[in-house]
Ligand binder design. Structure first.
Ligand code: PLP
Length: 449
């Protein structure tokens, strides 16, 4: 974005906004897009440039696109009816109705939900549920430790960030919250320690078992994992990985928390990603697509056993289950159902991934993978060693795509696409064409192949 061309009031206002994860130099260079308006799949910046949003915004929250009148109206109506209720002694009826709707949709016996305002808060609540469960159950009353995975992202608040590894955001908060440790995750392209992909699932599950034994099973409350990990782009696990994880967790009475903050509510072509492997977590965290970005909300949903074990859940927050966000969520879910958008996400996602495979032969493309409406292109300087780029090649390809009117996301070693579920095939085709154009241009300019 050329800052010379933006209006002086916005330029001056820029000095007062502290950008997360963007350096001051990058802000000065006009890197962050300042968005002004959006409609459907398209979003327009303050200079009037319009882009196809193939990321559902860079957080993947805007899963139904921009300016959805049905959701906006539902929020408006709710705010005029009852904009706020409170938290414990008062609660809005819409908040309770949303919990019931989630119970109807969530896998198996996941039936009880409490709300926070974000994915991070959902995970904080999930950790609290796990610890409080063990206290009340009594067999492992000292179980407080949480095991997560290398390269995981679970959020920005102190507990969630302690379980996080990706993006380097944890380091500045260290020594952080005690009791968190991390183990390898089943990445199939750049496998742990370069092992054969066929060994990854067993190795990662065995590692979890060893870590539980090392920490002391009686002290380990829960294991948390993203069903499909975002770090370095859409890490779809081997088919049997979560079955093995479930078995290990059950063996040591360690609760399994599925962090479905990105994957929940349709992203992977199922209501919840764990459905792909038929595995039920004990606790599930959701956010983002729960409201399609039309309100801040996070949900932590627990099994009937956990709900029955807790005489009381010791937790409160002023804005938990805000009526406006809950109304947005109920309407979002209704639209997913009535417009059959999850089936569409599954079918269009498969089409998108298949179409993208033609880029595999480009000299710097190492892998192309995905699940549902979530795909990525992973880059390498050497197809044999799978060495990732350490310079700004990936950022430059993303920027080239942006200049050609398509927004993708830089995701570590990869470029990611997580389009809104309303994307038409013409948007998906255009994205693949533009990605190809940008990769070829970058490859040529840098003499890379
Ligand atoms: C898997 C996952 N968990 C948790 C979070 C944290 O959610 P939030 O940013 O809403 O706090 C994110 C955010 O990107 C996420 O991707």
């Amino acid at each position: 974005m050329d800052l010379k061309n933006i209006d002086p009031v916005t330029r001056e206002a820029l000095d007062h906004y502290v950008f997360p994860l963007v350096s001051k130099e990058a802000v000065k260079a006009g890197e962050p897009l300042i968005l002004k308006s959006g409609k459907g799949m398209e979003v327009t910046d303050i200079q009037g440039n319009t882009y196809i949003d193939m990321m559902s915004t860079n957080t993947r929250a805007s899963s139904l696109g921009f300016a959805n009148e049905r959701i906006a109206k539902a929020v408006y109506d709710q705010l005029m009816e009852l904009h706020y209720a409170g938290t414990f002694a008062h609660v809005a009826d819409v908040t309770i109705r949303l919990a019931a709707k989630i119970a109807a949709l969530a896998p198996g016996s996941l039936t009880g939900t409490t709300f926070g305002g974000s994915g991070s808060e959902a995970n904080e609540n999930s950790f609290k549920f796990a610890r409080e469960y063990h206290i009340h159950k009594g067999t492992k009353p000292y179980a407080k430790k949480i095991i997560s995975r290398w390269n995981a992202y679970h959020g920005a608040t102190m507990g969630a960030i302690a379980a996080t590894d990706y993006l380097g955001t944890r380091n500045i908060t260290e020594p952080g919250v005690p009791g968190h440790t991390r183990i390898p995750a089943p990445n199939l392209y750049r496998t742990p320690f370069g092992m054969d992909a066929s060994e990854v699932s067993e190795f990662c599950a065995d590692y979890l078992e060893q870590q539980i034994l090392h920490e002391g099973p009686e002290y380990v409350a829960a294991f948390i994992a993203e069903p499909v990990m975002q770090g370095d782009g859409v890490q779809v696990p081997p088919d049997d990985y979560f079955k093995r994880v479930r078995e290990v967790c059950d063996r040591y009475e360690v609760l399994f928390i599925a962090d479905e903050v990105i994957t929940g509510f349709g992203r992977t072509g199922a209501w919840f990603a764990m459905e792909h492997w038929g595995i039920e977590p004990d606790i599930m965290s959701t956010a983002k697509a729960i409201t399609a970005g039309y309100g801040p909300l996070g949900a932590s949903t627990v099994s009937q056993t956990i709900a029955d074990t807790l005489p009381i859940f010791s937790h409160l927050q002023t804005y938990q289950g805000h009526p406006g966000s809950c109304a947005a969520a109920l309407k979002t879910i209704e639209i997913l159902e009535t417009d059959d958008l999850i089936r569409q996400a599954k079918e269009n996602g498969a089409y998108f991934l298949e179409n993208m495979q033609r880029l595999r032969d480009l000299p710097i493309v190492g892998d192309i993978r995905g699940l549902g409406m979530w795909t990525c292109i992973d880059f390498t300087t050497d197809k044999k060693t799978k060495e990732p780029f350490k310079d700004d090649t990936i950022k430059r390809i993303v920027n080239r795509m942006r200049d050609l009117g398509v927004l993708g996301g830089e995701e570590g070693t990869a470029i990611e696409f997580s389009p809104p579920y309303i994307a038409k095939r013409e948007h998906l085709d255009r994205c693949v064409d533009v990605a190809e154009q940008a990769i070829i241009a970058e490859t040529r300019e840098r003499g890379l192949g």
